[in-house]
Design a protein around this ligand. Structure first.
Ligand code: FCB
Length: 437
């Protein structure tokens, strides 16, 4: 049991769970097109054990029981993502009727159960045909993405409680085009610079398209970290400041102020697409809410090497099964900072959770949630307008380059039988959320 009551979070506070299409749906049939994660995972060496999302949790068929789990847990909202290649298999042009039917069923299934649909348009499964045309490196993606956003607004907009354009643009751009860890797996500064700008430009064009088609309550989901210095030396503090600019301020500053941090612009230099300044008004279109995904801190050290002046190091805090340090204070600090320095629009914690060893008894995860929910309460007490919290994730699922070996679920999934079994952490939420209803 958690040591607080849901009423402590204020009336109307939303508790939900989050997932993403590629990580759970499977169902690669009925006209669904190929995505960059299908091909990236089919390439040896990219994903642990060569795992792919071909079957995943088979949410494509098992969604009714998954929605029952969400309702029975007491959660009032489900943050899910649309798979672009399921709706528009070639990325642009013809729409797949079976894809529309699937999301119709899923959304109506939420509504009949009293679960609010919180949609994400892009959680990393870019149609492969668009990657063939340069994907996020190609400025045209702003138009492709806006057309896809318009389709969603037209077909589903009146049934969605909230819509986010992009999930974690840092991952879409830097992790996938500079560090090469996620699809499409580039390690190239020019590719990264282009993706870093185009992902936010496309966010802005999608906001315009959604609004033009009547969709309401629009936002974006940023992954933020608490950037800290490895030591108190001036060099390490400078390194942490650069890490903060690259990870946090590029996206916060771009989206909320129409401004990129000068030190990152300098780092990217000639590789930035020319004329990007003219796009900043679109990049910073007014939003109705901001989603923040929080997992851990980033700890930085200066290297003294001109080619790579900054590096991340592991700290000595307790770690999750992903090796991420457990640092709830960082969540309070970030929420307070964003609300003080960037925006007064409502904030949502759109993802938070931890990987843990397999099993249904997960006391460390219960403590993780307890401590991070307390961190939300502390941020509220310090004045941050936090309106909701989504646990990552409902189910154990496909953890990208880590394959199925990292388990983040409140509910255990046996991948051989697709059997779902609630964990102690699910019961802890159930206790909190049924309390006072
Ligand atoms: C986030 C992703 C999500 C999941 C969690 C663990 O970066 O948005 O899909 O993989 O990490």
């Amino acid at each position: 049991m958690f040591a607080f009551d849901r009423a402590d979070f204020g009336p109307g506070f939303t508790f939900g769970v989050a997932t993403a299409a590629y990580q759970i749906e499977g169902g690669q049939r009925d006209g669904r097109g190929s995505s960059i994660w299908d091909t990236f995972s089919a390439t040896a060496g990219n994903v642990h054990d060569g795992d792919t999302g071909a079957i995943a949790c088979n949410h494509y068929e098992l969604w009714p029981q998954d929605l029952d789990l969400i309702r029975d847990g007491g959660f009032g909202a489900y943050r899910f993502s649309f798979a672009w290649p399921r709706l528009i298999p070639e990325g642009t042009g013809a729409v797949n009727p079976a894809g529309l039917d699937y999301y119709d069923r899923l959304i109506d299934g939420m509504l009949v159960r009293g679960i609010k649909p919180y949609a994400t348009l892009y959680h990393w499964d870019l149609p492969s045909t668009l990657q063939d045309r340069g994907g996020w490196m190609n400025r045209d993606i702003a138009g492709w993405f806006a057309d896809y956003a318009a389709l969603i607004a037209r077909k589903f907009g009146d049934r969605l409680a909230a819509t986010a354009t992009i999930n974690e643009p840092w991952c879409v751009a830097f992790l996938s085009h500079y560090l090469g860890v996620h699809a499409p797996g580039y390690r190239d500064i020019r590719a990264a610079a282009r993706a870093m700008h185009h992902v936010l430009f496309a966010h802005g064009t999608a906001i315009d398209a959604l609004r033009a088609h009547g969709a309401k309550n629009l936002g974006i989901v940023l992954n933020l970290e608490k950037s800290e210095a490895f030591s108190d030396s001036e060099a390490d503090r400078g390194a942490a400041n650069f890490g903060d600019a690259l990870f946090n301020r590029w996206y916060l500053g771009g989206v909320l102020k129409g401004q990129y941090p000068a030190e990152v612009l300098q780092f990217l230099g000639e590789h930035m697409p020319s004329g990007h300044e003219k796009d900043m008004e679109v990049v910073s279109r007014p939003l109705d809410w901001l989603g923040i995904n929080y997992y851990t801190r980033g700890l930085y050290r200066a290297t003294g090497k001109p080619s790579q002046p900054v590096e991340q190091v592991k700290g000595d805090l307790e770690k999750t099964e992903s090796g991420w340090e457990i640092y709830p204070q960082g969540l309070t600090d970030l929420l307070v900072r964003v609300s003080g320095e960037y925006t007064k629009i409502p904030l949502y914690v759109t993802e938070n959770g931890m990987a843990e060893v397999e099993g249904e008894n997960d006391p460390r995860r219960v403590s993780y949630y307890e401590d991070h929910l307390k961190a939300v309460l502390a941020a509220q007490a310090a004045g941050a307008d936090v309106r909701g919290y989504f646990a990552w994730s409902l189910l154990d699922n496909y953890e990208w380059a880590e394959g199925y070996r990292k388990r983040f679920g409140l509910v255990h999934v046996n991948y051989a039988t697709q059997e779902r079994t609630p964990k102690a952490s699910y019961r802890a939420f159930q206790g909190l959320l049924h309390n006072g209803r």
